[in-house]
Design a protein around this ligand. Structure first.
Ligand code: PDD
Length: 287
């Protein structure tokens, strides 16, 4: 079965799907994206993802390509046409095409919308969660508006590549004051010796993760103690547990940071509780 991708109003096999050579997403990374988990053919936390998409678009003044209901319809169609049961939807909106010019084009230029869906066996993630992952810290060299989900991901790609060379799955960025901001493609969390969950407060330095928001809901329901504040690398190394959250990982235990074991070097109990209860609290909706 050919894989199908939606590009600007058409559902096409990959080989026949085309983007203009002077698309601003390609030339300037002038584009916003979202990644949404698909579970049993349904969307996880679609409302939060679409609200964030609208916010990101509005922060860089790109018009929404279509309303929320229409977008959900197209997403559902892409999931069905690719027969995805478990996996992810990737959605990207660029400012559209036009002769290369740094100044933004006329508002009449239509945005480019691309939506694809990909299967990802849940067993693979479950196996990873059973052992946990290692992370590597490095300086946060990204721009000052990491709260906007742009496709300007080169610092994240380079950081993940450096992490991979050290046998780590994720990179944690550190700001100029020595505090962890977030992961290259996830939010960073620790559990202190006193059993308090800590994750950085929302500001311009981090992406307001949808999984982070739902994990906070799970923690509140379970009456876990939470502090939304910045934490240092030293605090992370001394933590009892650590984990990351993202749409592709939900809640993923971190068992080593820069080669040093966290806690007992195995996934922590609070982390695993958040993971196991996550989908009971998340919004699961037909698309
Ligand atoms: N990344 N921080 C960054 C920098 C991210 O790129 C992501 C998500 C997150 C977590 O956000 P959410 O919980 O809404 O997925 C935090 C996606 C999964 C990606 O780029 O593939």
């Amino acid at each position: 079965m050919a894989r199908i991708v939606y590009v600007n109003g058409q559902y096409r096999p990959y080989a026949k799907a085309l983007i203009h050579a002077e698309d601003r997403g390609f030339q300037f990374a002038d584009a916003i994206y979202e990644v949404i988990e698909v579970l049993g053919g349904k969307l996880v936390d679609a409302t939060r993802h679409l609200v964030r998409l609208e916010r990101s678009l509005s922060e860089i003044k790109i018009a929404s390509p279509m309303g929320r209901a229409a977008l959900l319809h197209v997403i559902g169609e892409v999931i069905r046409r690719n027969r995805v049961r478990h996996g992810v939807v990737y959605l990207q909106v660029s400012r559209g095409e036009g002769r290369r010019d740094f100044a933004l084009p006329d508002a009449a230029v239509a945005p480019t919308l691309v939506i694809l869906a990909r299967s990802q066996p849940p067993a693979k993630m479950a196996a990873q969660a059973a052992t946990g992952i290692a992370v590597k810290t490095m300086p946060d060299i990204r721009w000052g508006r990491s709260d906007i989900k742009t496709v300007m991901l080169l610092p994240a790609c380079l950081a993940k590549d450096a992490a991979k060379h050290d046998g780590a799955k994720e990179a944690w960025f550190i700001d100029a004051t020595g505090h962890i901001t977030e992961g290259a493609s996830s939010n960073a969390w620790i559990v202190t010796d006193a059993g308090v969950l800590v994750t950085r407060q929302l500001d311009h330095r981090i992406l307001g993760g949808v999984t982070r928001a739902t994990a906070l809901d799970v923690a509140a329901k379970a009456q876990m103690k939470v502090e939304e504040r910045a934490f240092t690398r030293a605090e992370a190394l001394a933590a009892r547990e650590a984990f990351v959250t993202s749409a592709t990982n939900t809640v993923m235990p971190v068992v080593a940071i820069d080669g040093q074991m966290i806690g007992a070097g195995t996934p922590g109990p609070l982390t695993l509780r958040l993971r196991s209860q996550f989908h009971q609290t998340a919004e699961i909706s037909a698309s």
